[in-house]
Ligand binder design. Sequence first.
Ligand code: ZN
Length: 348
Amino acid sequence: MAVETRKERLRAILWRTLDEQLQSEAGATDPSGNRRRLTGPWGAFFDEHSAWDGTTQLSRDLYLELKGQFDDNLIREILLAAADVKISRTTLAKRKIELLQATAGRHGFEIVTSEHQWILRADRGKGGWANRVERLAEPGEAGAVSNVYIASDSTLADTGRMLDEAGEDDLFGALLGIPACCREAFDRSKSLAAEKQNDFVPYVLENTCGDMPYDWRLNYTAQYFGFSLLSFFPCSFRCPAAAAVADSTLSMLAGCDAAWAKRFVELQQTNVLYTENGGLHLFRAHLRNGLIAYDPRDLQSSEATELAYLLKQGDRLEVSGQHAVQVYRGSTKIGAVAGEDTCMCAFY
Ligand SMILES: [Zn+2]
């Protein structure tokens, strides 16, 4: 069946199901008997133009409980799902799933897990952020992870799992709160990305026009260094729809913990040198006139690669384009990296 037809049929089936469910719910209609507009993840599912509501309040109690138990990215994802802004997906081992399940019970949100468990294949140079599935896990095998779907209610979480497992990336992406333009870009690049390590940075950069620096709110490469405001690859580093998502996320996080939100901003206002196999390297120093003058202390690498070592010896990066940089120490050029597997992503 054509993709569009299948997508529309799935939407129609879910719409009927929801319609029946919503009719019976108190508050589902306004005083004139019209059904209220769907909000949250269902709003995005049925309306391509639905925007995130940045005024939603995240639960500070939940935040305090999650802190120290999960990483910053996942805490962001759990908070947004629990507040019915979007649904979220992650992969977790059994012990963490039990921990999250107990928290969900206390805070009134739901998680469902995949039937299968997997062993992941470690990535090269990405500090674990681009791990892919190696194989199905044996029952009880150490190191196995499940896909975990987090949502404000079980219908949403189940629907997310069903769409993901059916390979319905576009509809699943809508529930994840990803703008339509970014979902389309993902779909165009996914087979190419899968040939390497499933990383979309080169395709996002290719789609980004104009001079550097780009929109720092869309610095998704920051997630390799801990966290970012987005949970998805934007279609370009200047996508207005993704920037609106980042803005909403930032204001919601700030409402929860201003100091924590500031750390997201600081990590995103950086410049990142991405390579396919030689690691990612983040500079907390400005790009000015095509140059990044840095102190080794401003530099953070995802892994201790040869390139990381070279950069540590330098004090200046000369950026001659999206795919070419030269490394200097003083006036001496000590190295260069270039080619399609090198991507200079400047946001600062
Ligand atoms: Zn986009």
